[in-house]
Design a protein around this ligand. Structure first.
Ligand SMILES: [Zn+2]
Ligand SMILES: [Zn+2]
Length: 349
C-alpha cells in the first residue's frame, strides 16, 4: 500500500500546488510506481479515444461535409497554439510577441486542451534541460508508451520537480494572459475546446448535436496525439545530423503532422531557434511561415535563429554524418561522391 502522498492527483499535467513530489524518495517512487497510476485519467482518456474512433465512422456516414472540414481547420489552429504559442514563444522564448498575438495564441492553445501554458512550458523546459533522464517528464527511456501518453497517467518522478526547481519560470508568471488562463483554466478550456466547437456546427450549418460533439472529440484526440508523438515518435525514429548523442531525431512525418515540429534533432541541438529547423522550408514547417507572417505585420519580433557557421561546426563535431553536405570538401562528403564528380567533369572535357 502506497503512503497517501504517493497517490496520483488525477490532473493532466500536475500543478505546482499538488503534493510536493520532491518529498518522496526516489527509491520509494520506484518501489511503488504502479500505485501512482491515475485510474480516473485512464478511464477518461480511454473514453475519449473510443469516442474519437466512432467520430471517424460518423464522418463517413452521417456528418455534414462542413463538419468534417471544421475538424481540419480546428486541428491546425490547435496545433498552431501549441507550436507557435506554448512551444516556440513561451517554453523557448524563441521570439517575442505583442499582446494581440499572445492573446490569439493563448486562445488557440486553450482550444488544444493540453493544460495551462504555464504548466506546459514549465514541463517542456525541464524536458529539454534533463532530456531522457528521470527528471524528464516524458522520459523516452521509460519506453514508447510512457513517453507518448503513459506519463499523463503516472505521478511525476520526484527528480522532475527536484531538478526542475533550478529552472527559471518567472517570465511565464509575469505574463498576465498566462496567469489569467491558469487561474480560470477549467472554465476557459471547457468553453473553448468543447462547448464552442460543438455548438458552432449546430448553429452555422445545422449539424446534429451527436455528430458535432463526437467529431469534436475526434479533433481533440488527433491534436493531442500529434503533439504527444513528438515526445515518442520523434524521440525514436529519424536521422541525427546535428547531434548523434541525442535521441531526438529528424522526422518528416511528424513535421507534417505538427506544422514543423518533427525536426527534433535540430530542435534539441538549438532549442532557441524560432524555426525549430535549419532550413525552415514552409512546406514542412507552416509554423515558421506563420511566425514570419506575424513578424511582417509587426506582431512578432526579436526572432532568434542560429548562424550557418554555428550549425556547420555542430554538424561536424557531433552529427551522425547524415546532414546535407555544405558543399565541396565537406567532411561528410564521401570519397565516392568526390571521385564521381571529378570523373564526370573530366569526361565532359
Ligand atoms: Zn522544445
Ligand atoms: Zn523532445
Amino acid at each position: 500500500m502506497a503512503p497517501n502522498n504517493l497517490k496520483p492527483t488525477g490532473t493532466l499535467f500536475e500543478n505546482d500546488e499538488d503534493v510536493p513530489a520532491e518529498n518522496i524518495p526516489v527509491t520509494e517512487y520506484k518501489k511503488t510506481v504502479k500505485s501512482h497510476l491515475s485510474w480516473p485519467m485512464i478511464i477518461v482518456y480511454a473514453y475519449f479515444h473510443i469516442v474519437a474512433v466512432y467520430g471517424i465512422y460518423l464522418i463517413f456516414t452521417s456528418a455534414k461535409i462542413l463538419t468534417s472540414l471544421s475538424v481540419v481547420v480546428l486541428y491546425e489552429l490547435g496545433i498552431l497554439g501549441i507550436t507557435a504559442g506554448v512551444h516556440r514563444l513561451w517554453a523557448h522564448r524563441a521570439y517575442k510577441a505583442k499582446w494581440q498575438l499572445r492573446l490569439l495564441l493563448t486562445i488557440l492553445q486553450t482550444l488544444a486542451f493540453q493544460d495551462p501554458i504555464i504548466d506546459w512550458a514549465r514541463d517542456h523546459r525541464v524536458h529539454h534541460k534533463f532530456n531522457e533522464t528521470d527528471a524528464d517528464p516524458y522520459n523516452a527511456r521509460r519506453g514508447f508508451f510512457f513517453s507518448h501518453i503513459g506519463w499523463m497517467f503516472f505521478r511525476k518522478h520526484p527528480e522532475v520537480k527536484a531538478k526542475g526547481k533550478g529552472i527559471d519560470f518567472s517570465d511565464l508568471y509575469a505574463d498576465p494572459f498566462l496567469r489569467y488562463q491558469k487561474k480560470y483554466y477549467y472554465y476557459l478550456m471547457t468553453i473553448v475546446c468543447f462547448v464552442l466547437p460543438t455548438y458552432m456546427p449546430m448553429y452555422l450549418w445545422n449539424e446534429t448535436f451527436y455528430n458535432s460533439f463526437t467529431i469534436n472529440i475526434l479533433r481533440y484526440i488527433l491534436t493531442l496525439n500529434s503533439t504527444l508523438a513528438v515526445n515518442s515518435v520523434a524521440h525514436r525514429w529519424g536521422s541525427k545530423p546535428y547531434d548523434k548523442s541525442l535521441n531526438p531525431s529528424e522526422n518528416l512525418t511528424m513535421s507534417l503532422l505538427t506544422l514543423g515540429e518533427g525536426w527534433h534533432n535540430y530542435h534539441h541541438a538549438f532549442p532557441w531557434d524560432y524555426k525549430t529547423a535549419e532550413l525552415g522550408k514552409y512546406s514542412t514547417n507552416l509554423t515558421t511561415a506563420f511566425i514570419d507572417l506575424m513578424a511582417k505585420i509587426g506582431w512578432a519580433y526579436d526572432l532568434k535563429s542560429t548562424s550557418d557557421e554555428m550549425i556547420k561546426k555542430r554538424v561536424q563535431r557531433t552529427g551522425d554524418g547524415s546532414h546535407e553536405l555544405w558543399g565541396w570538401g565537406d567532411k561528410d562528403q564521401s570519397k565516392e561522391e568526390m571521385n564521381e564528380a571529378v570523373i564526370k567533369h573530366a569526361k565532359e572535357q
